[in-house]
Write a protein that binds this ligand. Structure first.
Ligand code: FAD
Length: 236
């Protein structure tokens, strides 16, 4: 459907006819094996009472503070500011986000929800809206207006790049909320990718991570989607 649209030619807006998926890379994880690190925390707590099993005892007892010693840093690209606003609601984390104050937007990559694909009229309106805003931004730059003011023109769908660091406890909490089918699709897509990375990096800490439905009963009551995320159970 998108390919049927006449691409706007006289605009700085770069129309996309394909979907560029959010990209996540694990930049850093503990030098020390994360499970060993958390296990050391647990072993100190239990003073050697459960040799070899301290971590399991801590996890079974929901003694999750031992997970806070293990930090993971992700570089995220192709994420919209819409999803960024949801991500940064998670407070037990550190963020470094590309500045719209100091960095001029030279490319204008906008996330286009795939739901628009089935309606050429709404897709055209989306393009038109983007064109107006982005042309105004570009014109303002040429006239020397400060970027910190011009960014008010930028749409929420515009892409950004960031670095985020979370510890294993916060990541498990994040996955519980954001891998759930009730979470919005873009943040859920990001959370799913981060979960897959964490499961591979530290299976001992993330094997059972994800929304509550991967461990048992859904807590969403009448809001439950009724579709447990079986797809997450298979990933590494
Ligand atoms: C499906 C869904 C819909 C949502 N809809 C909305 C919405 O309509 N409007 C809206 O504003 N937000 C919405 N949110 C965001 C939500 O309210 C939370 O802000 C967000 O999920 C961050 O979660 P959190 O506060 O548990 O966690 P984090 O900030 O990740 O903190 C982790 C945990 O630390 C503890 N904690 C952190 N800070 C404090 C504190 N100051 N005091 C006490 N305990 C603390 C809490 O136990 C918290 O669960 C939505 C989230 C989801 C998943």
């Amino acid at each position: 459907m998108v390919r049927d649209l006449e691409p706007p030619v006289e605009t700085c807006y770069f129309p996309r006819d394909d979907y560029i998926d959010v990209d996540v890379k694990l930049i850093a994880k503990p030098d020390f094996d994360a499970a060993q690190l958390a296990g050391l925390g647990a072993a100190i707590c239990y003073r050697g009472k459960y040799p070899e099993k301290s971590l399991q005892v801590a996890m079974d007892g929901r003694h999750y503070s031992v997970l806070e010693h293990a930090n993971y840093t992700f570089e995220i690209t192709h994420l919209s500011r819409v999803a960024l606003a949801q991500l940064t609601r998670h407070r037990i984390a550190s963020y470094s986000v590309e500045s719209q104050r100091y960095v001029g937007q030279d490319t204008h990559q906008v996330i286009i929800p795939t739901s628009f694909n089935k309606d050429a009229l709404i897709m055209n309106k989306f393009y038109e809206g983007m064109k107006i805003l982005i042309n105004a931004y570009q014109e303002g730059l040429e006239k020397g207006y400060p970027k910190e003011d011009l960014r008010y023109f930028l749409p929420q769908g515009i892409e950004t790049t960031l670095l985020v660091t979370m510890n294993a406890r916060e990541l498990r909490h994040f996955f519980e909320l954001r891998c759930c089918n009730r979470a919005q699709w873009e943040i859920r897509r990001l959370a799913d990718k981060m979960l897959a990375i964490c499961k591979e990096a530290s299976p001992e800490l993330f094997a059972d991570a994800g929304p509550a439905c991967v461990r048992g009963k859904c807590p969403e009551g009448k809001h439950s989607c009724g579709k447990p995320r079986d797809d997450l159970m298979g990933i590494i």
